[in-house]
Design a protein around this ligand. Structure first.
Ligand code: BEZ
Length: 210
């Protein structure tokens, strides 16, 4: 069964490079990013894990825990971590799930038989503090992910969870936002007392709320 937006992220217990975890307990009140990579000791994945390790402080700032996964064992992950540290200039500073039995991969539908019936695809799930799935993206094996985009989406998700706004195309932190479509003009007057720019009645632009 695919895991869809708004579903509760399936819970599991798994061995990781930082010990055994129960996923929901490990997440606690944090946001989470669960991402899979096809296989250990592969070139694109090596760069991805190095990049995530570099920008981990950005996830920490946003109260987001990150965790990787592949269908290889924890022992193999530990060996590979040595290569990642050597080639990417940073130790891997987040846990990686060993999923040799494909328990978690199956639970999250990370094996796509039409792509490859043994390897996990490059899936990304963003999970909210309510344990619901807020974002899922699937990349092909040949394309490394843009993790800055994942941070950008998390900024939007965290903003729009607090305020009745939405973020326009290519929005970045600090830029103008859009008043949510379900907000009437009367309600908008209360929520945004400094007013807004009405490009169209359905496209009302305001500065990003603090
Ligand atoms: C890679 O990470 O480089 C990779 C993994 C599986 C298939 C193709 C590329």
């Amino acid at each position: 069964m695919p895991v869809r937006l708004g579903d509760i992220a399936p819970d599991f217990t798994a061995d990781t490079t930082q010990g055994t975890i129960s996923f929901h307990d490990w997440l606690g009140d944090s946001w989470g990013v669960l991402f899979s990579h096809p296989k250990d000791f592969t070139p694109v994945c090596t760069t991805e894990l190095g990049y995530v390790a570099h920008i981990k402080p950005e996830f920490d700032k946003r109260n987001v825990k990150v965790i990787g996964l592949s269908v290889d064992s924890v022992e193999s992950h530990h060996k590979w971590e040595g290569d990642i540290g050597e080639t990417q200039g940073t130790p891997v500073n987040f846990p990686m799930i060993g999923d040799s039995e494909r328990k978690v991969s199956d639970l999250y539908d990370m094996i796509h038989p039409n792509a490859n019936d043994t390897l996990t695809v490059r899936s990304v799930f963003v999970i909210g503090p309510d344990k619901k799935v807020k974002l899922s993206i699937t990349y092909p094996a040949s394309t490394g992910r843009n993790f800055d985009e994942i941070l950008r989406v998390i900024d939007s998700l965290q903003l729009t969870a607090k305020h009745k706004v939405a973020t326009p195309a290519n929005w970045e932190q600090g830029e103008d936002v859009i008043i949510g479509a379900a907000v009437s003009d009367d309600e908008a007057k209360t929520l945004f007392p400094n007013g807004w720019k009405s490009v169209k009645p359905y496209l009302r632009v305001v500065p990003q709320p603090k």
